[in-house]
Design a binder for this molecule. Structure first.
Ligand SMILES: Nc1nc2c(c(=O)[nH]1)N[C@H]1C(S)=C(S)[C@@H](COP(=O)(O)O)O[C@H]1N2
Ligand SMILES: [Mo]
Length: 320
Protein backbone atom coordinates (compact mmCIF):
# COMPACT_ATOMS: atom_id res chain seq x y z
CA UNK A 1 0.00 0.00 0.00
CA UNK A 2 1.37 3.40 -1.00
CA UNK A 3 0.69 5.91 1.73
CA UNK A 4 1.35 9.52 0.83
CA UNK A 5 -0.53 12.17 2.79
CA UNK A 6 -1.07 15.46 0.93
CA UNK A 7 1.66 18.05 1.26
CA UNK A 8 1.00 21.10 3.37
CA UNK A 9 -0.01 24.38 1.81
CA UNK A 10 2.59 27.17 1.82
CA UNK A 11 1.63 30.15 3.95
CA UNK A 12 2.51 32.47 1.03
CA UNK A 13 -0.50 31.04 -0.76
CA UNK A 14 -2.92 32.10 1.91
CA UNK A 15 -4.78 35.17 0.77
CA UNK A 16 -7.77 35.44 3.03
CA UNK A 17 -9.11 34.50 6.39
CA UNK A 18 -11.53 32.07 4.81
CA UNK A 19 -8.70 30.33 3.06
CA UNK A 20 -6.76 30.24 6.28
CA UNK A 21 -9.66 28.55 7.99
CA UNK A 22 -9.82 26.03 5.23
CA UNK A 23 -6.12 25.34 5.44
CA UNK A 24 -6.34 24.86 9.16
CA UNK A 25 -9.15 22.37 8.73
CA UNK A 26 -7.31 20.64 5.96
CA UNK A 27 -4.09 20.36 7.93
CA UNK A 28 -6.09 18.90 10.80
CA UNK A 29 -7.36 16.32 8.41
CA UNK A 30 -3.83 15.57 7.21
CA UNK A 31 -2.72 14.95 10.75
CA UNK A 32 -5.64 12.56 11.01
CA UNK A 33 -4.48 10.86 7.85
CA UNK A 34 -0.96 10.52 9.14
CA UNK A 35 -2.30 8.90 12.31
CA UNK A 36 -4.51 6.60 10.28
CA UNK A 37 -1.52 5.67 8.15
CA UNK A 38 0.36 4.81 11.32
CA UNK A 39 -2.51 2.65 12.43
CA UNK A 40 -2.48 0.83 9.10
CA UNK A 41 1.21 0.08 9.28
CA UNK A 42 0.68 -1.40 12.75
CA UNK A 43 -2.07 -3.55 11.33
CA UNK A 44 -4.74 -1.87 13.47
CA UNK A 45 -7.44 -0.95 11.00
CA UNK A 46 -10.07 1.49 12.18
CA UNK A 47 -13.50 -0.11 12.19
CA UNK A 48 -15.57 0.01 9.04
CA UNK A 49 -18.07 2.84 9.21
CA UNK A 50 -21.49 2.08 10.64
CA UNK A 51 -24.24 4.30 9.28
CA UNK A 52 -23.16 7.05 6.92
CA UNK A 53 -24.00 10.50 8.19
CA UNK A 54 -26.17 12.59 5.84
CA UNK A 55 -24.05 15.70 6.27
CA UNK A 56 -20.98 16.97 8.08
CA UNK A 57 -17.75 15.19 8.93
CA UNK A 58 -16.93 11.68 7.81
CA UNK A 59 -14.90 9.91 10.43
CA UNK A 60 -13.21 6.53 10.17
CA UNK A 61 -11.53 6.98 6.81
CA UNK A 62 -7.98 5.76 6.38
CA UNK A 63 -5.41 7.06 3.89
CA UNK A 64 -5.82 5.09 0.71
CA UNK A 65 -3.30 4.51 -2.09
CA UNK A 66 -2.62 6.71 -5.16
CA UNK A 67 -2.70 10.03 -3.29
CA UNK A 68 -0.89 12.89 -5.02
CA UNK A 69 0.89 15.76 -3.32
CA UNK A 70 -0.59 18.55 -5.51
CA UNK A 71 -2.31 21.26 -3.51
CA UNK A 72 -6.04 20.54 -3.26
CA UNK A 73 -8.41 22.97 -4.94
CA UNK A 74 -10.16 25.23 -2.44
CA UNK A 75 -13.28 23.67 -0.94
CA UNK A 76 -15.19 26.76 -2.01
CA UNK A 77 -14.29 26.30 -5.70
CA UNK A 78 -14.84 22.55 -5.65
CA UNK A 79 -18.35 23.10 -4.28
CA UNK A 80 -19.30 26.22 -6.30
CA UNK A 81 -17.91 25.58 -9.77
CA UNK A 82 -19.73 22.45 -10.87
CA UNK A 83 -21.06 20.62 -13.85
CA UNK A 84 -24.30 18.93 -12.87
CA UNK A 85 -26.86 19.44 -15.61
CA UNK A 86 -29.73 17.95 -13.60
CA UNK A 87 -29.32 20.90 -11.24
CA UNK A 88 -28.74 23.62 -13.84
CA UNK A 89 -26.93 24.48 -17.04
CA UNK A 90 -24.18 26.70 -15.66
CA UNK A 91 -21.36 26.25 -13.17
CA UNK A 92 -22.99 28.25 -10.37
CA UNK A 93 -26.45 26.68 -10.50
CA UNK A 94 -25.79 23.31 -8.78
CA UNK A 95 -24.54 24.87 -5.53
CA UNK A 96 -27.97 26.48 -5.01
CA UNK A 97 -29.14 22.96 -4.08
CA UNK A 98 -26.64 22.70 -1.24
CA UNK A 99 -29.42 22.61 1.37
CA UNK A 100 -32.29 21.58 -0.85
CA UNK A 101 -31.73 18.08 -2.07
CA UNK A 102 -33.14 15.00 -0.35
CA UNK A 103 -30.59 12.18 -0.12
CA UNK A 104 -32.45 9.78 2.22
CA UNK A 105 -33.81 7.27 1.73
CA UNK A 106 -31.45 6.45 -1.13
CA UNK A 107 -31.70 3.04 -2.75
CA UNK A 108 -29.36 1.57 -5.34
CA UNK A 109 -30.09 -1.39 -7.56
CA UNK A 110 -27.24 -3.56 -8.76
CA UNK A 111 -28.15 -6.10 -11.42
CA UNK A 112 -27.75 -7.44 -14.93
CA UNK A 113 -25.14 -10.12 -15.62
CA UNK A 114 -24.40 -11.20 -12.06
CA UNK A 115 -25.31 -14.02 -9.69
CA UNK A 116 -26.41 -11.89 -6.75
CA UNK A 117 -28.40 -8.87 -7.96
CA UNK A 118 -29.92 -6.71 -5.27
CA UNK A 119 -31.54 -3.49 -4.25
CA UNK A 120 -30.00 -1.92 -1.21
CA UNK A 121 -29.74 1.29 0.73
CA UNK A 122 -26.69 3.48 0.50
CA UNK A 123 -25.72 2.33 4.01
CA UNK A 124 -25.92 -1.34 3.09
CA UNK A 125 -23.91 -0.69 -0.04
CA UNK A 126 -21.05 1.19 1.65
CA UNK A 127 -21.08 -0.08 5.25
CA UNK A 128 -19.13 -3.35 4.70
CA UNK A 129 -16.18 -1.39 3.28
CA UNK A 130 -13.44 0.72 4.81
CA UNK A 131 -13.70 4.39 3.77
CA UNK A 132 -10.48 5.78 2.28
CA UNK A 133 -9.16 9.29 1.76
CA UNK A 134 -7.68 9.68 -1.73
CA UNK A 135 -6.40 12.88 -3.33
CA UNK A 136 -6.97 12.69 -7.11
CA UNK A 137 -6.68 15.00 -10.10
CA UNK A 138 -9.97 15.78 -11.86
CA UNK A 139 -9.71 16.91 -15.50
CA UNK A 140 -12.85 18.17 -17.22
CA UNK A 141 -13.11 17.78 -20.99
CA UNK A 142 -13.65 21.58 -21.05
CA UNK A 143 -9.91 22.00 -20.24
CA UNK A 144 -10.08 22.99 -16.59
CA UNK A 145 -8.95 20.84 -13.68
CA UNK A 146 -9.05 20.49 -9.91
CA UNK A 147 -7.38 18.40 -7.21
CA UNK A 148 -9.93 16.80 -4.92
CA UNK A 149 -9.47 14.83 -1.70
CA UNK A 150 -12.23 12.25 -2.07
CA UNK A 151 -13.58 9.92 0.59
CA UNK A 152 -14.83 6.64 -0.81
CA UNK A 153 -14.44 2.92 -1.33
CA UNK A 154 -12.92 1.06 -4.29
CA UNK A 155 -15.77 0.34 -6.71
CA UNK A 156 -14.34 -3.08 -7.56
CA UNK A 157 -14.65 -4.30 -3.96
CA UNK A 158 -18.32 -3.29 -3.96
CA UNK A 159 -19.05 -4.88 -7.35
CA UNK A 160 -17.48 -8.20 -6.38
CA UNK A 161 -20.18 -8.75 -3.76
CA UNK A 162 -22.73 -9.07 -6.57
CA UNK A 163 -20.69 -11.74 -8.36
CA UNK A 164 -20.59 -10.58 -11.98
CA UNK A 165 -20.75 -13.52 -14.40
CA UNK A 166 -18.69 -14.18 -17.55
CA UNK A 167 -21.05 -12.10 -19.70
CA UNK A 168 -20.37 -9.00 -17.63
CA UNK A 169 -18.13 -7.11 -20.06
CA UNK A 170 -19.26 -3.57 -19.21
CA UNK A 171 -20.88 -1.75 -16.32
CA UNK A 172 -23.65 0.85 -16.75
CA UNK A 173 -24.39 3.58 -14.19
CA UNK A 174 -27.47 5.79 -14.01
CA UNK A 175 -28.23 8.95 -12.09
CA UNK A 176 -31.51 9.54 -10.26
CA UNK A 177 -34.35 10.42 -12.64
CA UNK A 178 -36.75 12.57 -10.64
CA UNK A 179 -37.61 16.00 -11.94
CA UNK A 180 -39.09 17.02 -8.58
CA UNK A 181 -35.71 16.66 -6.97
CA UNK A 182 -33.71 17.50 -10.11
CA UNK A 183 -35.81 20.18 -11.81
CA UNK A 184 -33.50 20.82 -14.74
CA UNK A 185 -34.43 17.36 -16.02
CA UNK A 186 -37.80 18.94 -16.84
CA UNK A 187 -36.42 21.97 -18.65
CA UNK A 188 -33.11 20.91 -20.18
CA UNK A 189 -33.05 18.86 -23.36
CA UNK A 190 -29.28 18.43 -23.36
CA UNK A 191 -29.68 14.71 -22.54
CA UNK A 192 -32.26 12.00 -22.75
CA UNK A 193 -32.51 11.59 -18.95
CA UNK A 194 -31.39 9.90 -16.81
CA UNK A 195 -27.68 10.69 -17.20
CA UNK A 196 -25.91 7.42 -18.02
CA UNK A 197 -22.29 6.40 -17.97
CA UNK A 198 -20.37 3.21 -18.54
CA UNK A 199 -17.03 1.54 -18.00
CA UNK A 200 -15.45 -1.60 -19.34
CA UNK A 201 -15.42 -4.25 -16.59
CA UNK A 202 -11.63 -4.05 -16.11
CA UNK A 203 -11.88 -0.26 -15.74
CA UNK A 204 -14.67 -0.66 -13.20
CA UNK A 205 -12.62 -3.21 -11.23
CA UNK A 206 -9.41 -1.15 -11.40
CA UNK A 207 -8.23 -0.20 -7.89
CA UNK A 208 -8.10 3.52 -8.81
CA UNK A 209 -11.84 3.60 -9.53
CA UNK A 210 -13.71 4.95 -6.54
CA UNK A 211 -17.27 5.11 -5.34
CA UNK A 212 -17.17 8.40 -3.44
CA UNK A 213 -19.45 9.42 -0.59
CA UNK A 214 -17.43 12.42 0.54
CA UNK A 215 -14.72 14.94 -0.14
CA UNK A 216 -12.45 17.08 2.06
CA UNK A 217 -13.35 14.77 4.93
CA UNK A 218 -17.05 15.65 4.71
CA UNK A 219 -20.17 14.06 3.30
CA UNK A 220 -20.66 14.93 -0.40
CA UNK A 221 -22.79 18.00 -1.03
CA UNK A 222 -25.64 17.72 -3.54
CA UNK A 223 -23.75 19.73 -6.17
CA UNK A 224 -20.91 17.18 -6.10
CA UNK A 225 -23.18 14.17 -6.56
CA UNK A 226 -24.60 13.30 -3.13
CA UNK A 227 -25.00 10.79 -1.74
CA UNK A 228 -22.79 8.60 -3.96
CA UNK A 229 -20.88 9.18 -7.21
CA UNK A 230 -18.28 7.57 -9.36
CA UNK A 231 -14.69 8.87 -9.58
CA UNK A 232 -12.53 7.68 -12.49
CA UNK A 233 -9.47 9.95 -12.32
CA UNK A 234 -7.75 9.01 -15.60
CA UNK A 235 -10.85 9.86 -17.67
CA UNK A 236 -12.50 13.18 -18.47
CA UNK A 237 -14.76 14.35 -15.66
CA UNK A 238 -18.03 13.54 -17.39
CA UNK A 239 -17.38 9.82 -16.84
CA UNK A 240 -17.53 10.42 -13.08
CA UNK A 241 -21.32 10.19 -12.86
CA UNK A 242 -23.06 11.78 -9.88
CA UNK A 243 -25.96 10.73 -7.60
CA UNK A 244 -26.01 7.12 -8.81
CA UNK A 245 -29.12 4.96 -8.33
CA UNK A 246 -28.36 1.95 -10.50
CA UNK A 247 -25.40 -0.16 -11.56
CA UNK A 248 -25.83 -2.92 -14.15
CA UNK A 249 -23.45 -5.47 -15.60
CA UNK A 250 -24.00 -5.82 -19.37
CA UNK A 251 -22.50 -7.73 -22.27
CA UNK A 252 -22.28 -4.96 -24.89
CA UNK A 253 -20.74 -1.50 -24.84
CA UNK A 254 -23.52 0.76 -23.54
CA UNK A 255 -24.58 4.12 -24.94
CA UNK A 256 -23.61 6.92 -22.64
CA UNK A 257 -25.23 10.35 -22.28
CA UNK A 258 -22.45 12.50 -23.69
CA UNK A 259 -21.65 10.07 -26.46
CA UNK A 260 -25.33 9.90 -27.46
CA UNK A 261 -25.75 13.68 -27.45
CA UNK A 262 -22.55 14.46 -29.42
CA UNK A 263 -20.86 11.29 -30.73
CA UNK A 264 -18.19 13.24 -32.64
CA UNK A 265 -17.12 15.10 -29.52
CA UNK A 266 -17.31 12.63 -26.65
CA UNK A 267 -16.22 9.02 -26.88
CA UNK A 268 -17.02 6.06 -24.67
CA UNK A 269 -13.47 5.73 -23.35
CA UNK A 270 -12.81 9.45 -22.83
CA UNK A 271 -9.35 8.78 -21.43
CA UNK A 272 -7.53 12.04 -20.75
CA UNK A 273 -5.16 12.44 -23.70
CA UNK A 274 -3.34 15.71 -24.47
CA UNK A 275 -2.57 14.60 -28.03
CA UNK A 276 -6.19 14.10 -29.08
CA UNK A 277 -7.92 17.46 -29.45
CA UNK A 278 -11.58 18.01 -28.88
CA UNK A 279 -13.02 18.99 -32.29
CA UNK A 280 -13.54 22.53 -30.98
CA UNK A 281 -10.49 23.05 -28.73
CA UNK A 282 -7.06 21.73 -27.83
CA UNK A 283 -6.60 19.29 -24.96
CA UNK A 284 -2.86 19.92 -24.61
CA UNK A 285 -3.20 22.22 -21.63
CA UNK A 286 -5.61 22.89 -18.82
CA UNK A 287 -6.44 25.64 -16.38
CA UNK A 288 -6.24 24.39 -12.84
CA UNK A 289 -8.93 26.23 -10.90
CA UNK A 290 -7.19 28.69 -8.57
CA UNK A 291 -4.02 28.98 -10.68
CA UNK A 292 -3.00 31.78 -13.09
CA UNK A 293 -0.98 29.91 -15.67
CA UNK A 294 -2.08 26.96 -17.71
CA UNK A 295 -0.34 23.66 -17.15
CA UNK A 296 0.31 20.78 -19.51
CA UNK A 297 -2.27 18.04 -19.47
CA UNK A 298 -0.78 14.66 -18.58
CA UNK A 299 -1.46 11.43 -20.46
CA UNK A 300 -4.20 9.53 -18.61
CA UNK A 301 -4.30 12.58 -16.34
CA UNK A 302 -1.03 11.46 -14.73
CA UNK A 303 -2.16 7.88 -14.07
CA UNK A 304 -0.45 6.21 -17.06
CA UNK A 305 1.68 3.93 -14.86
CA UNK A 306 -1.47 2.53 -13.28
CA UNK A 307 -3.81 2.28 -16.28
CA UNK A 308 -1.97 2.36 -19.63
CA UNK A 309 -1.66 -1.44 -19.79
CA UNK A 310 -5.45 -1.75 -19.98
CA UNK A 311 -5.32 -0.09 -23.40
CA UNK A 312 -2.31 -1.80 -24.93
CA UNK A 313 -3.03 -2.70 -28.53
CA UNK A 314 -5.77 -0.08 -28.80
CA UNK A 315 -5.31 2.98 -30.99
CA UNK A 316 -5.66 5.72 -28.39
CA UNK A 317 -6.43 8.25 -31.11
CA UNK A 318 -9.49 6.30 -32.22
CA UNK A 319 -10.66 5.40 -28.76
CA UNK A 320 -11.19 8.93 -27.57
N1 LIG B 1 -25.30 13.01 -13.27
C1 LIG B 1 -24.33 13.82 -13.67
N2 LIG B 1 -23.05 13.49 -13.39
C2 LIG B 1 -22.04 14.31 -13.81
C3 LIG B 1 -22.32 15.49 -14.55
C4 LIG B 1 -23.69 15.81 -14.81
O1 LIG B 1 -24.02 16.83 -15.44
N3 LIG B 1 -24.65 14.94 -14.36
N4 LIG B 1 -21.27 16.28 -15.00
C5 LIG B 1 -19.97 15.60 -15.15
C6 LIG B 1 -18.88 16.52 -15.46
S1 LIG B 1 -18.85 17.18 -17.03
C7 LIG B 1 -17.85 16.77 -14.57
S2 LIG B 1 -16.50 17.69 -15.03
C8 LIG B 1 -17.93 16.28 -13.18
C9 LIG B 1 -17.78 17.46 -12.23
O2 LIG B 1 -17.76 17.05 -10.89
P1 LIG B 1 -17.66 18.12 -9.73
O3 LIG B 1 -18.74 19.14 -9.94
O4 LIG B 1 -17.84 17.36 -8.46
O5 LIG B 1 -16.30 18.75 -9.83
O6 LIG B 1 -19.14 15.60 -12.90
C10 LIG B 1 -19.61 14.76 -13.93
N5 LIG B 1 -20.76 13.99 -13.48
MO1 LIG C 1 -16.70 17.90 -17.38
Amino acid sequence: MIIRPPAGIRSSEITSEALYEERRRFMGRSAGWAMAAGAVSLGVLPQANAQLPQSGELYRAVTGPYGISDKPTSYRSATHYNNFYELGDDKAAPSAYENHFVTRPWMLSVGGECNKPGELSIDDLIEPHQLEDRVYRLRCVEAWSMVIPWVGVPLGDVLERFQPNSKAKYVVFKTLHDSDRMPNQRTSVIFDWPYREGLRIDEAMHPLTLLAVGMYGKVLLPQNGAPVRLVVPWKYGFKSIKSVVSIDFVENMPRTSWNASAPDEYGFYANVNPSVDHPRWSQQQERRIGEWFKRDTLMFNGYADEVASMYSGMDLRDNF
